[in-house]
Write a protein that binds this ligand. Structure first.
Ligand SMILES: *Cc1c(COP(=O)(O)O)cnc(C)c1O
Length: 377
């Protein structure tokens, strides 16, 4: 059996090698490396796939920064978000002088608990920043209702959810990241659509706002050497765009591969009493950036699997309100008990587009073996 990887970027490359290699060569021949050629082609293709405007940028963290720069909030304005996410989400707010205000997550979905949002609002609340963690959407209809009622912006951190569909109660569906005022994506290599380096994108249906974001990402430029605002330099380069353009053609196939692996895990693991499989909500598809189980025996299971040659990861081992860098926000242990509990019990299993049947069977058999041999708590 082949070595099991947490994420198999090289294996996926081999299935597309001829096309990717040719696309890279094309960029080198063209010498259009920056803000031209393949970057513009890729933006157009991604915009068509998502049915919105797309501004490519340097990475997902920059995408979040650009989104909040575009909203023109004032220092001290509050943004409601989750403590159970990758650090970028709060880093960017803090960097811009905005105040992250945490709301606990739902134990089953790992996403913002919509029932707890309203009690966190204050006079200074200006935006809600839901994260569609692991590839499944937060409850956007509930979030949008509150945003409308309190006149708040909604910025979606869709870095883990490219290709996920939000399923509205009226039966319509829309791609994750294109529903709030602004959406943010990352092309970090292991993400649903991964580059061979850094990359990101901002989505914005409002054309004027999208143009503003484009200007912000390009030094605040209006026309050549005319600057209309203070911006930053954040760009996707053409080599990454060329790779992403090839991979985007196969995104649906790649998502199906992840979903098939997830269904296999679900089917095989659902009977284990001491393990909880990820919940599927009715309002979103799940593209399984990660397949994340919960168990009280997380650390023992992780060690057991490692000894059997099976990698696994803890996303995330420490909630953000307990991190040293964010102490000044004034939170303490116990403030977000669900996020804290999850940081002790979650375990993400190998998940990528190249997992074979033999590998999947081996993984679930080892997990079953672990729980058969361990005494129930
Ligand atoms: C990956 C990720 C980011 C940051 O993306 P980078 O491209 O690494 O800067 C932000 N938020 C979430 C939820 C992510 O998973």
């Amino acid at each position: 059996m082949q070595t099991i990887h947490m994420s198999d970027i090289y294996g996926q490359y081999l299935t597309l090698k001829a096309e990717i290699d040719e696309a890279i060569q094309e960029v080198i021949r063209s010498t259009q490396f920056i803000k031209s050629g393949k970057v513009l082609d890729f933006e157009v293709r991604l915009a068509a796939y998502l049915s919105t405007n797309v501004v490519a940028c340097g990475n997902g963290t920059d995408a979040l920064q650009l989104a909040f720069m575009a909203l023109d909030l004032k220092p001290g304005d509050e943004v409601i978000t989750t403590p159970f996410t990758f650090v970028s989400t709060v880093e960017v707010l803090s960097f811009l002088g905005l105040k992250p205000v945490f709301v606990d997550v739902n134990r089953e979905t790992f996403n913002l608990d919509e029932g707890k949002l309203e009690e966190a609002f204050s006079e200074k609340t200006k935006a809600i920043l839901p994260v569609h963690l692991f590839g499944q959407c937060a409850n956007l209809e509930a979030i949008l209702d509150l945003a409308q009622k309190y006149k708040l912006f909604v910025v979606e951190d869709a870095c883990q959810a490219l290709g996920t569909d939000y399923l509205f109660s009226d039966g319509s569906k829309t791609k994750a990241g294109t529903i709030g005022n602004i959406g943010c994506n990352s092309f970090f290599p292991s993400k649903n659509l991964g580059a061979f380096g850094d990359g990101g994108a901002v989505y914005c249906t409002n054309k004027e706002m999208a143009d503003k974001i484009r200007s912000l990402a390009n030094h605040g430029m209006k026309a050549k050497y005319e600057y209309e605002r203070i911006g930053i330099n954040s760009r996707l380069d053409s080599l990454q765009a060329a790779i992403l353009e090839v991979k985007l053609k196969y995104i649906e196939k790649h998502i199906r591969a992840r979903q098939q692996a997830a269904s296999f895990y679900d089917e095989q693991l659902k009977g284990i009493e001491e393990l909880k499989i990820p919940m599927r909500v009715p309002y979103s598809t799940h593209t399984f950036h990660q397949y994340t189980i919960q168990t009280e025996k997380r650390d023992e299971l992780k060690n057991f699997l490692a000894a059997k040659g099976i990698p696994s990861m803890v996303y995330y081992p420490k909630a953000l309100h307990l991190q040293d860098a964010y102490k000044h926000l004034g939170y303490k242990q116990g403030d977000f008990s669900v996020a804290e509990k999850l940081s002790q019990t979650v375990l993400s299993l190998p998940m990528h587009t190249e997992l074979g049947e033999e590998q999947l069977e081996y993984i679930v058999n080892m997990i079953k073996k672990f729980f058969e041999n361990s005494t129930p708590q």
